[in-house]
Write a protein that binds this ligand. Sequence first.
Ligand SMILES: [Zn+2]
Length: 303
Amino acid sequence: MTELPSPGLRQGEPSSRAARRLLLVHAHPDDESINNGATMARYAAEGAHVTLVTCTLGERGEVIPPELRHLTGPALGAHRRGELAAAVRELGVGDARLLGGAGRYGDSGMMGIPDNGDPGCFWQADVDEAASHLVEVILEVRPQVLVTYDDNGGYGHPDHIQAHRVAMRAIDLAAERGHRIEKVYWNRVPRAVAVAAFARLKDELPALPFGESAAVDEVPGVVDDQRITTVIDGTAYAAAKAAAMRAHATQVAVAEPYFALSNDRAQPLFTTEYYELVRGEVQVGESDLFAGVGMDAGTGEGS
Ligand SMILES: [Zn+2]
């Protein structure tokens, strides 16, 4: 594991001492802030140990600012590594890592392009081999809670699908080696919330600095409302989430409470974040990812 270049990283409470430990597994820089920025900021502020593992550096994505469009490949990856470090600083998160170290897995690009076949890309990685790097993080940090994407990666991007596969495999491999993660969540957005937010967006679009509205199904993880088990009200951390998203300037343009990716299609910026518990015992009306979790101060099973 390689640390991101930031003086703020890996400081603060040692992971083995914080009572609550949350691990998030993401595909590219920006995914953490867009999906979980408010959640990460909240738990970090509350003293939980928040660990982010990002699987690629997003070096095949598009670049928004014209003055940075010369950046491609490894140069773009290096730039996005810096953006990621700035984003996690905004969220107050001190433990951000790249799966297998910087550059271990390349961005695979959108589904269906020839880059998907590059032997160095994450989509081509052996799941067990990639999971072995994540297992080492799990055994070190011993998180009680893990957050990642559903089996379609939220919206079908190869790196997101692979992040899901690697995370779910690592959970099983870590359990075999003595650390069982108590609760596993997938990122979600309830369809009714998305539909209502896009209705507001449509009204406000003429005043926004974006070309057009995205569609509801472009939002990763949209599902029927009844699948949502857990709601994290991140209203108090809205500013931190927006600042973290702005830190990803090559990928994200923010005009609160909306944002757009490089396609210039506006989406709602959700400060309440939603989850579906897929492993572990759900509590009724969960508003805390750690609800029902035993607090072991880092000395519980697996240690
Ligand atoms: Zn992504």
